[in-house]
Design a protein around this ligand. Structure first.
Ligand SMILES: *Cc1c(COP(=O)(O)O)cnc(C)c1O
Length: 370
């Protein structure tokens, strides 16, 4: 196997889920975000582990193809489609038992037509936009769309939901307002004599900071993978990183003071030193912005990236009296190392979500469970 790999610690993953369960309690459902291949961790094995240990009830994905892969992998639990599908993908809702989030009559009519053709009833959830401005009907439209679903012979309202854009920030005001607006919209649906089904809203930030937003089901994403959604978010539960992105030193050479390293010759040796080459690059998800900025942990010590990160390899300055040997493990980030996905995200001007998602398919995911 390739030595550049993402080691996925299942015990830490289950630990994070247990922490979330403590907040969610026994009676709330937990829908884990398995989209983007489980934020780059491998959706299928982690979904299986979560479902088998009864720490999750259902899954959420963003693309129909992701739901199809999970079904083909044998997942029987409910799968929600958080994003919208293209018209030609709607048949897959039926073939693969996918529960869509819906927000407008046009889309609902397309789903209803397919259900009628198949002589069945499709359960859908109604997404209400309370401030994210991504998908969702307006608060005022919600009761009439809920009515459209409830009155259709081929549709059934399984739930009502919304989403929070700033639940992870220190400013709680906007989210509090959303919760109150959402609650009123759900009440308005009930007042029409319609059962809203499962009411849900909370993403990771809300689970950590907004206990009044938990409703009937929570939808954790980044926290199940061991990162907080934002450096500002209150660390109300203790998380453990699930991914350790690892490689090896596969080449060591001496360079003399004044010699330069890698594309563009942007790094120059200030003294005679040793340069170690690691077979991972930006095509693996080791971001090129880490050129001359990142560091890796080898045998408990940090070594700075020397020169530009290439597509498939990069170099680190191993120092003038280098004791590293070929074959030694290098942790690029995560696990127990001092280089966290958060610190890498900081250097790249992004969030840990993107750091994880960018670990490419070329990198094998290796499951670790004690
Ligand atoms: C991705 C997603 C989540 C999870 O978000 P996190 O910030 O990772 O917790 C929850 N709900 C919806 C609709 C999503 O798209």
């Amino acid at each position: 196997m390739r030595c550049t790999k993402a080691v996925i610690n299942i015990d830490n993953f289950l630990h994070n889920l247990r922490e979330i369960k403590k907040i969610a309690g026994k009676n709330r459902k937990v829908c884990i975000a398995a989209k983007a291949d489980g934020y780059g961790h491998g959706a299928l094995p982690l979904s299986r582990a979560a479902l088998e240990s009864s720490l999750a009830d259902c899954l959420g994905v963003a693309a129909v193809s992701e739901a199809v892969s999970l079904r083909e992998g044998g997942i029987k639990a409910g799968i929600f489609l958080f994003s919208l599908a293209d018209a030609e993908e709607i048949k897959d809702f039926f073939d693969y038992d996918i529960t869509p989030f819906t927000a407008d009559i046009g889309y609902l009519t397309d789903i209803e037509k397919e259900a009628k053709k198949r002589n069945c009833v499709k359960t859908v959830h109604l997404k209400i936009d309370t401030g994210m401005k991504r998908i969702g009907c307006t608060v005022s439209e919600a009761p009439s769309i809920a009515e459209f679903i409830a009155e259709s012979k081929n549709l059934s309202l399984g739930g009502v939901c919304t989403h929070f854009p700033v639940s992870d920030s220190a400013d709680a005001e906007f989210t509090r307002h959303q919760v109150s607006v959402f609650r009123k919209a759900v009440d308005a649906i009930r007042e029409k004599g319609i059962n809203p089904g499962i009411v849900h809203a909370a993403n990771s930030g809300a689970i950590l900071q907004h206990p009044d937003s938990l409703f009937d089901m929570v939808r954790p994403g980044i926290i199940i993978y061991g990162s907080y959604p934002d450096p500002e978010t209150e660390k109300t539960i203790s998380l453990k990183p699930v991914m350790s992105f690892e490689s090896k030193v596969l080449f060591i050479k001496k360079v003399k003071k004044g010699e330069k390293v890698s594309y563009g010759l942007t790094w120059e040796a200030k003294e005679d030193t040793c340069i170690a080459t690691i077979p991972a690059g930006y095509a693996d998800g080791y971001n090129r912005l880490l050129s001359n900025r990142g560091s890796v942990e080898i045998r408990g010590k940090l070594y700075p990236v020397a020169g530009r990160v290439c597509m498939d390899q990069f170099m680190v300055d191993a120092g003038s009296n280098c004791s590293l040997e070929k074959g030694e493990k290098a942790i690029l980030f995560g696990g127990d190392s001092a280089v966290s996905a958060e610190s890498v995200a900081g250097l790249c001007g992004t969030i840990p979500y993107e750091i994880y998602c960018n670990i490419s398919r070329r990198v094998p995911r290796v499951l670790l469970q004690q």
